[in-house]
Design a protein around this ligand. Structure first.
Ligand code: BGC
Length: 247
């Protein structure tokens, strides 16, 4: 099967690599460029273009975005510039790259990849993937089918947005010990468990590499595991979504 270029737009970096979507693996080293600040549409678009040019790509492209993406239109951008809101990303990033692109939420993309090739493979029932990064992203599956654009990083815990307490950024910015931060994550996951009764919770994002520091401290009924594709999940899932659209 032909490859698809996956591009993952994040709060700190924009990463890309060609993906073999049948195998779920990158077929070349990924390239990461810093996210411009402010991350306005006109600043981000040339970086996306640069990544496409770097790989001399003229095939299919899938792109993740860290906000709600409804049928290609950006609805929220909690950790990027608010100038994105209302933009038709299929059109805008399509014009910027001169290609047809598929754009979806970053956590949904990571979830799609984990369910097919990673920690959620073959898992029936309710699976909740949470990426604890700059923000908190969520992807909810029932029997392998995604409910898109869930925004469980923004539920309120003790009067605050969950991502202000349990994201990787909260840990860094507030200089929390692993124990303290794990207790915030535990409170948050308890709430999610009470609301959704998931059979499996997958923790993604860069933090999944350090899962030994906080997973043993959690007190959930559900099984909680680190994502296995780690930082590549967004790229792989973006490519899979693009391949699925064009059949
Ligand atoms: C956004 C989500 C996104 C998550 C991770 C949140 O602030 O609202 O849409 O998936 O950050 O980037």
């Amino acid at each position: 099967m032909a490859g698809v270029l996956g591009i993952d737009i994040g709060g700190t970096g924009i990463k890309a690599a060609p993906v073999d979507v049948a195998e779920g693996r990158l077929t070349a080293d990924r390239l990461k460029l810093p996210t411009p600040r402010p991350a306005a549409p006109d600043a981000v678009a040339p970086i996306v273009r640069q990544l496409v040019d770097h790989f001399e790509w003229d095939g299919q492209i899938g792109i993740t975005f860290p906000g709600v993406v409804a049928a290609g239109t950006i609805r929220t951008a909690a950790n990027l510039d608010s100038g994105w809101i209302g933009i038709d990303a299929h059109e805008f990033l399509g014009a910027a790259t001169g290609r047809t692109v598929t754009v979806l939420n970053d956590a949904d993309a990571a979830g799609i990849a984990e369910m097919r090739f990673g920690a959620g493979r073959g898992q029936p029932g309710t699976v909740l993937l949470l990426t604890l990064g700059t923000g908190i992203g969520s992807a909810l599956f029932y029997n392998g089918v995604l409910v898109p654009n869930t925004e469980f990083g923004h539920i309120e815990i003790n009067g605050k947005d969950a991502e202000e307490r349990a994201s990787e950024r909260a840990r860094e910015e507030q200089d929390l010990s692993w124990g303290k931060w794990a207790s915030h994550v535990d409170t948050y996951l308890d709430k999610m468990e009470a609301l959704l009764s998931p059979d499996l919770i997958i923790i993604g994002g860069g933090i999944s590499r350090k899962s030994g520091k906080f997973l043993p401290r959690l007190t959930l009924r559900a099984r909680v595991v680190p994502a296995s594709l780690q930082n590549e999940a967004g790229i792989v899932g973006a490519a899979m979504a693009a391949a699925a659209v064009s059949g």
